[in-house]
Design a protein around this ligand. Structure first.
Ligand code: FAD
Length: 287
């Protein structure tokens, strides 16, 4: 199944998982994917981590298990920072043999010791993959990418992704829907025409949300701070506040006709269930 075909026929609902590292095994991660499938996602994306932690192999393993399950389709992430064309060719072969048809093509973060080799920007990877038979997604940033001087410049670069052949975009997480609506308007004015799927992550704690703000540049509105303050020191209450906030956010997005909703489910089946139930109750999910 190609994601561009799904997006041309309906508003999508999907999840992201990360491949196991440390204590979780591939079997356990596949079990999480299987539990998430109970909510009938249109796809499950699997993140990619180059170098260091060495779990990029697990991205392929989990994507294969998702495809083999026959319950949904996999969207395998691939980053190109520090990669040669030969590295990418190797992943292309592995994705093919795992039955993967959808790839989210990314640059990856700049980290000391990993410089661009054959690919400077995600659009270079997208152009390289374009004729290789995959449906291609790319990343976008409703509040602008941290390295960009302005949203306008960032959107100009999104047009490069579009011209390179990207089929759809998935946003970085955001907590204020108005930021997304403004971004969507700007994209449409700049003739970025591919579907834009909203990526939403329920916050789980004060620490986690601070890290998110720093790593992805997502701003934290006072309404979120207020809810976390009300939850106090209780970790369960903080998690519950995050889930409730995300459910309200996605119901508002649903009511505003977004192309798709992608949940950063953080390998937590309960996040999948809660967001599914919220979207079902507001009439977004049908059939
Ligand atoms: P690019 O599109 O290359 O953009 C990076 C910066 O360069 C932007 O500021 C952009 O405006 C600028 N730029 C782009 N093209 C040009 C150009 N031609 N000239 C000048 N400037 C340009 N990271 C991982 O390591 N693994 C993952 O699995 C992963 N999954 C992600 C999923 C989503 C949905 C998102 C939103 C992000 C994900 N990331 C992941 C993080 C991502 O790798 C980082 O945000 C990274 O810093 C940028 O990646 P990109 O693909 O957007 O890069």
């Amino acid at each position: 199944v190609l994601i561009r075909d799904i997006l041309s026929s309906k508003q999508s609902f999907s999840f992201e998982i990360f491949p196991p590292k440390g204590e979780m095994s591939v079997d356990q991660a596949a079990d999480v994917a299987s539990q998430l499938c109970e909510n009938h996602p249109d796809w499950i994306s699997v993140t990619f981590s180059a170098g260091g932690s060495g779990n990029s192999q697990n991205t392929v393993s989990i994507a294969r298990r998702i495809e083999e399950s026959g319950k949904t389709t996999a969207l395998a992430h691939l980053t190109c920072m520090g990669a040669t064309k030969a590295d990418v060719d190797r992943y292309v072969e592995e994705f093919r043999s795992a039955g993967v048809h959808n790839v989210l093509a990314l640059r990856g973060d700049r980290v000391p010791g990993r410089e661009p080799i054959d690919f400077e920007h995600a659009s270079d990877l997208i152009a390289y993959l374009r004729d290789k038979g995959f449906c291609l997604g790319g990343a976008c940033y409703p509040e602008g990418h941290l390295e960009s001087d302005s949203l306008r410049q960032d959107i100009e670069n999104l047009k490069r992704k579009q011209n390179s052949g990207v089929d759809f975009l998935v946003t970085q997480l955001f907590f204020t829907n108005e930021d997304f609506y403004r971004f969507r308007d700007e994209c449409s004015r700049a003739r970025v025409k591919v579907p834009i799927v909203c990526g939403i992550m329920p916050f789980t704690s004060v620490k986690q949300i601070q890290r998110m703000a720093f790593n992805c540049g997502a701003s934290i509105p006072v309404s979120v701070i207020r809810r976390l303050a009300r939850a106090g020191e209780d970790p369960a209450a903080q998690r519950q506040a995050g889930l409730e906030y995300a459910c309200e956010q996605i119901c508002d997005l649903a009511a505003n006709g977004v192309d798709g909703i992608h949940i950063y489910s953080m390998n937590k089946p309960e996040v999948g269930r809660a967001t599914h139930d919220a979207l079902a109750s507001c009439g977004y999910l049908r059939g």
